[in-house]
Design a protein around this ligand. Structure first.
Ligand code: HSE
Length: 433
């Protein structure tokens, strides 16, 4: 058997701790698969006391950078988190030393992935991040290697379990957003400051990584248009249900004639689609490509064991000496993707608005839609409840055929100025297969 692979592990929290347990539990089989024993021989954490069972013999460092610089190790595994700080410092030092880097850190890869991949290349090292997107779902390897023979057209996914949990609970229990968020926090799904999850930023980081792998473009998280789920109401979920949709927070990267479109927003997804059927904290990614047609991967997007499973897969590749370029091709072969502004997005739209309860008001906004070349597919005027009726407004929901974001926004601005629509209407994009 070849020499053991000596792992240096930075961070022994949920992911790091689960990885230690997994490597112990699966030790014999992993050795049989890779031809080498895999052992965590050095760790970094704030204090030795944080290290759980199995790490008694491991060398201890209280600084990730010191572990990366001085550790007697063959691979540096970063499980600290955060785009910068000790994770990034340790990663840079490890790669500069020529050590392979394995990380579960989506924020760091979204922000610095290109630079880290270049550093890896320059030093004959490798950069692996299977756990950064979709937790235990092997979506990185699928895009980078499994689908190498395909021209990918679109990648769309539920990439944040917290948001999917909240939307699923709102739908199934009829509970408002705030109550479901509080529930998610209590169960430990959402961060104490949940903005990162519910604002769509975590999804955007993951989407930036998938877009680079799918389309061979440089990671560009700033190119992503991001909207969170805070504005979704029970009225939207009820209307979606009636129209045959579910509302999901999707990250979508799509090759269009104008360039690679990247967007994160609440989306109407037909109930027949696998993404619509993915409920609770699960993640799912649908990939549309020329040779395979469409495939969907569904699984746990977070949690110690699931994330450790993905980290372990990367470590096995390194143990076998079989590591693909970080983004599926050398850095020099990645293109500058053309940014496509959201205003140029084309698709169907769901619009929910309060319309003045008097003859002809629906005709006024329908005219505005017509002037912008927008064709309506469905329109529902709900019988007003007492409060809506007393206020002189009635709720109207409509579905448009394909149009542009710019057209729908202009038409709604004009309808507001006409005085037939109250407040800013709710607009949700529809994703069609
Ligand atoms: N906050 C993330 C989620 C954790 O809710 O999915 C995994 O990245």
């Amino acid at each position: 058997m070849a020499k053991p692979l000596r792992v240096g592990l930075a961070g022994v929290g949920t992911v790091g701790g689960a990885l230690v347990r997994l490597l112990q539990r699966r030790r014999e089989d992993l050795a049989a698969r890779t031809g080498r024993d895999i052992a965590v021989v050095a760790v970094s954490a704030l204090s030795r006391g944080e290290c759980g069972p199995g790490l008694e013999q491991a060398a201890f460092y209280n600084d990730a950078k010191a572990l990366a610089a001085e550790g007697d190790i063959d691979v540096f595994v970063e499980a600290i988190g955060g785009s910068d700080g000790p994770a990034y410092a340790g990663a840079r030092v490890a790669l500069s030393r020529g050590l392979p880097l394995v990380t579960s850190n989506k924020a760091m890869i979204a922000a610095h992935g290109l630079e880290l991949a270049a550093l890896a290349e320059a030093n004959g090292a490798s950069l692996s991040f299977e756990a950064a997107v979709g937790g235990g779902i092997p979506v990185i390897k699928t895009l980078r290697e499994g689908l190498a023979g395909n021209d990918v057209r679109r990648v769309s996914g539920i990439l944040n379990g917290t948001c999917n949990y909240i939307l699923s609970r709102m739908e199934s229990e009829g509970l408002p957003f705030d109550a479901c968020l509080a529930e998610a926090q209590k169960l430990g799904y959402a961060e104490a400051d949940p903005t990162f999850d519910i604002g769509g930023f975590d999804t955007a980081h993951k989407l930036a990584i998938l877009a680079s792998l799918a389309f061979g473009v440089k990671i560009d998280a700033d190119a992503i248009s991001v909207e969170g789920i805070q504005s979704i109401t029970l009225a939207d979920l009820a209307a979606a249900d009636e129209l045959g949709y579910r509302i999901k927070l999707l990250g979508v990267a799509e090759r269009t004639a104008k360039g690679v479109e990247q967007r994160v927003h609440p989306t109407m997804v037909a109930k027949s689609e696998p993404l619509a059927q993915t409920m609770g904290v699960l993640n799912a990614v649908t990939i549309d490509a020329d040779a395979i047609g469409s495939l969907t991967l569904v699984g746990p997007g977070a949690g110690g064991d699931a994330t450790a499973s993905a980290v372990a897969a990367d470590i096995c590749d390194i143990a076998r000496g079989d590591v693909a370029p970080a983004f599926g091709r050398p850095i020099g072969a990645l293109e500058d993707g053309e940014r496509v502004p959201m205003q140029r997005h084309e698709g169907g739209y769901y619009v929910r608005m309060s319309v003045v309860d008097r003859p002809g008001s629906v005709a006024v906004f329908a005219k505005r839609m017509g002037e912008r070349g927008i064709s309506l597919e469905a329109i529902m005027q709900k019988r007003s409840d007492m409060s809506a009726s007393a206020s002189g407004f009635v709720p109207v929901v409509l579905i448009t055929k394909a149009t542009t974001e710019a057209s729908i926004r202009e038409a709604l601005e004009l309808a507001l100025a006409d005085g037939v629509v109250r407040e800013k209407p709710q607009v949700i994009r529809i994703e069609r297969a």
